[in-house]
Design a protein around this ligand. Structure first.
Ligand code: ADP
Ligand code: MG
Length: 298
């Protein structure tokens, strides 16, 4: 393609809300034959809602959710926002809730959060976060996690002072049209893979729903990037589509990193292409545009 063609291609992209950062990104996109998708916020809407709570303590829901929200209000994670939103229902002033003070807040990327609230150690996150703190998960809690995961929901554990005090089930539905995008990619001979920090049960359920056969779950940010590199080593030209801080290393490692426009600034910076409208269809728009710019046969 001539420099002019590349400029035109980039311009057409921009007019359609597909921001292509330079000619190399536009060129690489037509060679892509494998796309790695993040799950939360990429394939799913990313605005999860709490749909179920199981308490394993004699605390009442209001008290429980005060502790949980006090810890999660410090996190930017979509799951944290869902939990805080839900916790408001138990406050007198839903619009302006004053959560208890949280001290020593720590956010463990891809795992959850930890804080001291009302002199209690509150940990909210996945099983591996609790395992890291040597907290045992009782059978009741395991059952609820499994039940949530079977329904493509994410089960989140809450530990208070070293004991599991409750399990939350959070639902984050697929973006409309997600299945169609995956099936169109298949017809374009492009393989789709899902890589997520979420657990295996939920990930497999979502994978089945969206039509992605290869699912990799419980992946830390560096592991997402490693997967991309492995695929490249086995001969694929790989695009990564993601929205989170946890996707940044993989976005950088990929031949073409595509960030969801509504995603975090760090992901947008790490990407070669930004899907400004946050539509998954625009993954296809970008590849189409590149194919039209760089190959005679469209
Ligand atoms: P994804 O790769 O699907 O975007 P993440 O890597 O961000 O997911 O998170 C992986 C898992 O870690 C979540 O499914 C959840 O179980 C747990 N987690 C992460 N952040 C939080 C949080 N702020 N509160 C509770 N759980 C969290
Ligand atoms: Mg995400």
């Amino acid at each position: 393609a001539t420099p002019t063609a590349v400029m035109v291609g980039t311009g057409v992209g921009a007019s359609q809300g597909v921001l292509i950062k330079g000619g190399q990104a536009l060129e690489n996109a037509h060679k892509v034959n494998c796309i790695v998708f993040d799950k939360t916020g990429t394939l799913t809407i990313g605005k999860p809602v709490v749909v179920n709570t199981k308490l394993l303590t004699n605390m009442v829901l209001q008290e429980f959710y005060e502790l949980v929200a006090a810890a999660e209000v410090n996190s930017e994670h979509p799951l944290a926002k869902a939990i805080v939103e839900y916790a408001k229902k138990f406050r007198d002033d839903e619009e302006n809730p004053a959560w208890p003070e949280a001290g020593d807040f720590v956010s463990i990327t891809g795992h959850g959060v930890k804080a001291i609230v009302r002199n209690k150690e509150v940990i909210v996150g996945n099983k591996s976060l609790l395992a890291d703190h040597n907290i045992a998960v009782p059978v009741d809690a395991e059952d609820m996690l499994a039940e949530a995961e079977g329904m493509a929901q994410t089960g989140i554990l809450v530990s208070i002072n070293g004991e599991v005090a409750g399990v939350l089930a959070v639902s984050d539905p697929l973006k409309p049209g997600a299945q169609e995008v995956i099936s169109i990619l298949k017809s374009m001979k492009i393989r789709s893979i899902m890589v997520t920090g979420d657990n295996w049960g939920t990930a497999n359920s979502i994978g089945r729903e969206v039509g992605i056969e290869t699912v990799i779950a419980e992946a830390k940010p560096e592991q997402k990037a490693e997967r991309v590199k492995e695929l490249q080593a086995s001969g694929y030209t790989v695009a990564m589509v993601g929205d989170g801080i946890n996707d940044s290393p993989a976005l950088v490692a990929a031949d073409v990193g595509m960030a969801i426009g509504a995603g975090t600034d760090i992901a947008i910076e790490a990407a070669d292409i930004v899907l400004m409208k946050s539509n998954l269809e625009d993954v296809i728009t970008a590849i189409d545009l590149s194919r039209r710019t760089f190959s005679r046969i469209s």
